[in-house]
Design a protein around this ligand. Sequence first.
Ligand code: UD1
Ligand code: MG
Length: 453
Amino acid sequence: MFSAVILAAGMGTRMKSEMPKVIHKVCGKPLAKWVIDAAKDAGANAVLTITGHKSDMVRETLSDASEYALQAEQKGTGHAVMQAADFIKNHKGSVVILNGDTPLITADTITKAIEYHAARGNSATVITAVLGDAAGYGRIVRGADGGVLKIVEHKDATDEERKINEINSGMYVFESDALISALERLTPNNAQGEYYLTDTLEILLKDGQKIGAYAIADNDEIRGINDRVQLCEAERIMQSRINAAHMKNGVTMRIPESIYIEADVEIGNDTEIGSGVTIKSGTKIGSNCVIGQGSTLDRAVIHDNVEILNSVIINSEIDEYTKVGPFAYVRPDCRVGRDVKVGDFVELKNSVIGDGTKISHLTYIGDSDVGKNVNFGCGTVTCNYDGKKKYRTVIGDNCFVGCNTNFVSPIHVGDGAYIAAGSTITEDIPDNSLAIARERQVNKEHWSDKRDK
Ligand code: UD1
Ligand code: MG
């Protein structure tokens, strides 16, 4: 059991954004939420986020994922953690300090760092990495015996210290009592005039406590996001992690570099995802589906054995064995039944479509309740809007809708009704009736001969 404190009060100036840095998203999830989730997945029993810059916006976004403390003025990382003093005192044992702008940190690394820390009986353990170019980072200064002596910030370092390429990731494990006692003794006597959290290590060492460093295996995990280029690099890494996890679960991907799947998506085994597909958070896809090239699924629920080609599906549910597309647009709040066909250039909105119904081409169905085994001819339109209000169209089971039919809603069509092609339906149709609503054809014989004269 341990608690976690996430530092997220900074400005993030280099993002050049009205939005605080830590709520910019990677794969559909805010940066700080990735960090909070990693801490929780590693077993954190309480998480507190330190907010400052645009605090309200950060708290609104992260909501009840975390507890919060305010750092009204940013006077350094040590000062930030001081704002969490009550929380740290209330959670005895180990406390992990993480940064809100390092979304690639994993639960596995946090777990290993805590195990390392506990096994050695440390009061403080810093997570470190060895970098080719260490410029800008705090450096890990070790003694002759290899033990950690202190962390020196780049701006405070001597030329000799700047040659050290083992750096401070900005993530740590502390024993809560030791951390509180060291925080109380921090001073801002340094190049930046800030309270450095890093100084706590030297203080604890001088107290005779054990401090250490846990070197990370994958340097990508400590990548901090400072600008949009780094945001994009982190997203690329996250995208490949997410895709690899789905592939390991039995999902086939065609050209995975082109497939963008956000966090919190479920995909069943033997489902195949084509190139250029976008799948947004909250989507669930069953087994044995095909999600064809270029499709976008946003909060969609797709049951087993569904085929979707070049289509967009938003906040809607598609039942098993149904085929959608190519080039269909399923807008929010649709429930499409089993073994349905939603063909090319078909748009659905806020409608229920019964099992076995075929809507093969060039059709708009909005605000409708359609029964089972209905056949829509090409070019059907529900006229659901009179310029002021929207109305529903209700169509029973086993109906046949001729090509180029308009339903001027509100309309109720009974079961087993037939509608002649080209009809504009303005009145309800009883069960098992044929409705014809168009002008009778008149043939004017020899008309064109006469016109030509
Ligand atoms: C810090 C470390 C440095 C380490 C580096 C890793 C210190 C003194 N230095 O430096 O050793 O190599 O991180 O990236 O800790 N923050 C607050 N309140 C503040 C100041 C910072 O919440 O008053 C937050 C920032 O939003 C950020 C994190 O703390 O998430 C780190 O702050 P930053 O200013 O980036 O520290 P560095 O100078 O990079
Ligand atoms: Mg930094």
